[in-house]
Design a protein around this ligand. Structure first.
Ligand SMILES: [Mg+2]
Length: 212
């Protein structure tokens, strides 16, 4: 029996799409649709986009209120065709499909819902750190799936060498890193200790079919 544990952000979809969706929603709520471009520019420039937009439009909103919208809005995001085809193919092969993601419950659940991931992942096979009480790389996250499927051989696919592969490596599992296309929200740090590095790297999610 084989299982795959997917990371969510910047693995199944690009987190930058979530950021853009949130900025669009904020621009709508504050009544300045053109603020979308302004916020995106200020983010890419390395500024605090919330503070910048508050200053520019003399908003009565606080940065915390804008952050709330960012975290709690229903995102307009979708899976790439390639990703859908890949998930479909893996599921059809009877592979156990698991999702392990660090983040807030509401934020991650909204993303999962918008991406339509319940089509391939059951509630029990989705682990969100905020709900579970442990995040990566805690062994508890992986033990959860081991307890559910004691006979499974697991492969882990993620994008973040600082936390996605360490524990699965220790467990002797197959680890795969999806290379950033330069658009990832968090820089892909590859200058980490060897134990943190993935065993394999791919440029497109569809390549995981080769490993399972
Ligand atoms: Mg990630």
């Amino acid at each position: 029996m084989r299982g795959i544990i997917f990371d969510l952000d910047d693995t199944l979809y690009k987190e930058m799409d979530f950021l853009k969706s949130a900025y669009r929603e904020i621009a709508r709520v504050i009544g300045h649709p053109e603020a979308f471009d302004f916020m995106l520019d200020s983010y890419l420039y390395g500024d605090n986009a919330f503070k910048s937009v508050i200053d520019k439009y003399y908003l009565k909103f606080t940065a915390d209120q804008l952050l709330d919208i960012y975290r709690n809005h229903k995102p307009n995001i979708s899976l790439e065709k390639d990703t859908v085809t890949t998930l479909e193919a893996l599921k059809a092969r009877g592979i156990i499909m698991c999702l392990l993601t660090d983040g807030r419950s509401v934020t991650q659940r909204n993303k999962i819902e918008s991406l339509g991931l319940y089509r391939w992942f059951t509630q029990e096979d989705i682990l969100i750190s905020d709900e579970f009480g442990y995040g990566k790389p805690s062994i508890e996250c992986y033990q959860y799936f081991l307890d559910r499927y004691p006979d499974a051989q697991f492969t882990v696919i993620g994008d973040n060498p600082t936390k996605d592969f360490l524990t699965p490596n220790r467990l002797g599992w197959t680890t795969i890193c999806l290379h950033s296309n330069g658009q990832n929200i968090h820089d892909q740090k590859l200058d980490v200790e060897k134990s943190y590095l993935p065993k394999h790297s791919i440029n497109n999610l569809s390549e995981i079919k080769r490993f399972c």
